[in-house]
Design a binder for this molecule. Structure first.
Ligand SMILES: [Zn+2]
Ligand SMILES: [Zn+2]
Length: 491
């Protein structure tokens, strides 16, 4: 398993992720996606949207604003309950979540060894004096304040005057934007239950202890679905909400598998009764084996009718669905598959990372699914001194870039260029050589063919340049290299 340090370093070196405001010393737990990172992130969002919103007849999309009416957060419970217990160190001023203090290693100046400094593993006592941690785990010196409740929402002010009346929040989740638009979507789109609304957007949480690279950040992006079902319906003899909850768990698991995440790195975690939010009937997390250990990749919750009822109560509007068959108004139950884009990106990245040995040399390769790879095709001239080769390579890149993410690179020898593309996960390289353009001095005619190299097998085939768009359409569209290369490369 790749370490987080290796990923962070690769991400910075190759333009995936940079620390935010780095030239000013950085901003805590904020990250910027570089040229390759933004491509990867956009592709993750695009396939998610295509697969879960556009291709499903029972789904529609939404893009709600980040700033919402402040009462939304009263109704949702965020103003009163979206809090963490927090303690501060009186010495170094570091802030910790009270419930996570025992989960971290702690610095200890041991009285039994003339005050020598030790770092004791989490949840262990000092092997010399046998004491437990009571002071700040970071500096080992400061007393900690008693826990205080700390709201995780970012507060801000709407309008020109900073007065209390105009206080609102940056949304801590995208879900509420969907709930408050339930009636609008239902009416404008003439929907019947069950149906779902999908949304991708930014959310903000002032986490006390963010960290682990892009795993937990204060500003992040969510891909959320609220799937509304009639609680009085049954499917295959079971309550409809329970049936659809299972279906969504299966669909989400299958989605990560489809884009290459290895089965042994994914597992399901059912929340125990005590873990469940008070409104939830059942919640299952999809966990991924991140470099930091098994952690939540996404959650799939049955939120019952809690949210729609809360918004009906606070807004005074009836948020119900009229069941034509039973002639009754019902408040739908909601199944919520909720995924973090940044976390999904980290999982795809960690899962794709390989170090291989090729002819005695180390090869670092990101085995991204071809649809997710930041660069789909790299076009490389074999000789950059030959104008006709360079010109042809540029022309091929220009044509390919109308359909795929294509780049041109001539900054090193071909072997080096291949390694660089492997390291950023480019599934295919196209090489333009002397045969492609011909050599008039030697009386050799151009054959108009180029070499395609496959990242994973490192096999190469020669293909008519005019066929490239069709060939990559198949390869990136899901056909295997073995199948396509056997047919196209035979000529
Ligand atoms: Zn301290
Ligand atoms: Zn000690």
């Amino acid at each position: 398993m790749v370490t987080m340090e290796t990923l962070v370093s690769l991400c910075k070196r190759r333009g995936f992720v940079f620390q935010s405001s780095e030239i000013y010393g950085g901003t805590g737990s904020c990250w910027d996606y570089g040229p390759l990172g933004v491509e990867l992130k956009n592709k993750i969002k695009r396939v998610w949207w295509r697969d879960f919103v556009q291709q499903r007849a029972d789904m529609v999309g939404l893009d709600a604003s980040i700033l919402m009416h402040p009462t939304v957060w009263k109704a949702s419970g965020h103003v009163d309950h979206f809090t963490d217990p927090m303690v501060d160190c009186l010495e170094c001023r570091h802030r910790f979540r009270a419930d996570q203090l025992d989960e971290m290693p702690w610095v200890h100046f041991c009285p039994a060894t003339k005050g020598n400094k030790f770092t004791i593993p989490a949840e262990e006592t000092c092997p010399h004096c046998h004491e437990r941690r009571t002071l700040c785990p970071d500096c080992g010196k400061g007393e900690l304040t008693p826990p205080r409740q700390f709201n995780l929402m970012f507060k801000t002010f709407m309008g020109p005057v900073e007065e209390d009346a105009a206080v609102t929040y940056l949304r801590p989740e995208t879900a509420q934007g969907i709930f408050v638009n339930f009636e609008n979507v239902l009416q404008s789109m003439r929907r019947k239950l069950p149906f779902g609304i999908g949304q991708i957007g930014k959310a903000f949480r002032n986490e006390i202890t963010p960290g682990n690279f892009i795993f937990r950040t204060r500003e992040f992006e969510q891909m959320e679905i609220e799937y509304f079902v009639n609680p009085h319906d049954t499917v295959e003899g079971r309550p409809a909400d329970e049936h659809w909850h299972d279906r969504w768990i299966e669909d989400c698991l299958a989605w990560f598998r489809r884009y290459g995440v290895q089965a042994e790195n994914l597992r399901l975690h059912e929340h125990e009764r005590a873990e469940l939010a008070h409104y939830s009937k059942r919640t299952a997390d999809l966990q991924y084996r991140f470099p930091i250990g098994w952690s939540e990749l996404m959650g799939i919750a049955n939120r019952t009718d809690f949210d729609l009822k809360q918004h009906a109560k606070w807004s005074g509007k009836a948020l119900t669905y009229f069941d034509e068959e039973r002639k009754e108004h019902v408040v739908p139950f909601v199944i919520e598959p909720s995924a973090g884009v940044d976390r999904a990106l980290l999982a795809f990245l960690a899962d794709a990372y390989r170090e291989e040995e090729v002819r005695g040399e180390k090869r670092v390769v990101l085995r991204f699914h071809p649809e997710l790879a930041p660069v789909s095709v790299a076009v490389l001239p074999l000789l950059k001194k030959r104008d006709d080769i360079v010109r042809t390579a540029h022309a091929i890149r220009d044509e390919l870039s109308r359909h795929f993410t294509a780049v041109y690179d001539d900054t090193a020898a071909i072997g080096r260029l291949y390694r660089r593309q492997d390291e950023v996960g480019t599934p295919y390289c196209v090489t333009v050589d002397v045969q492609t353009v011909g050599d008039t001095d030697r009386g050799e005619a151009a054959d108009g063919k180029v070499t395609i190299r496959d990242r994973d097998s490192m096999e190469q085939i020669r293909v008519e340049a005019s066929q490239l768009v069709a060939v990559f359409g198949e390869l990136i569209g899901g056909k295997s290299w073995a199948e396509v290369s056997a047919r196209v490369g035979r000529s």
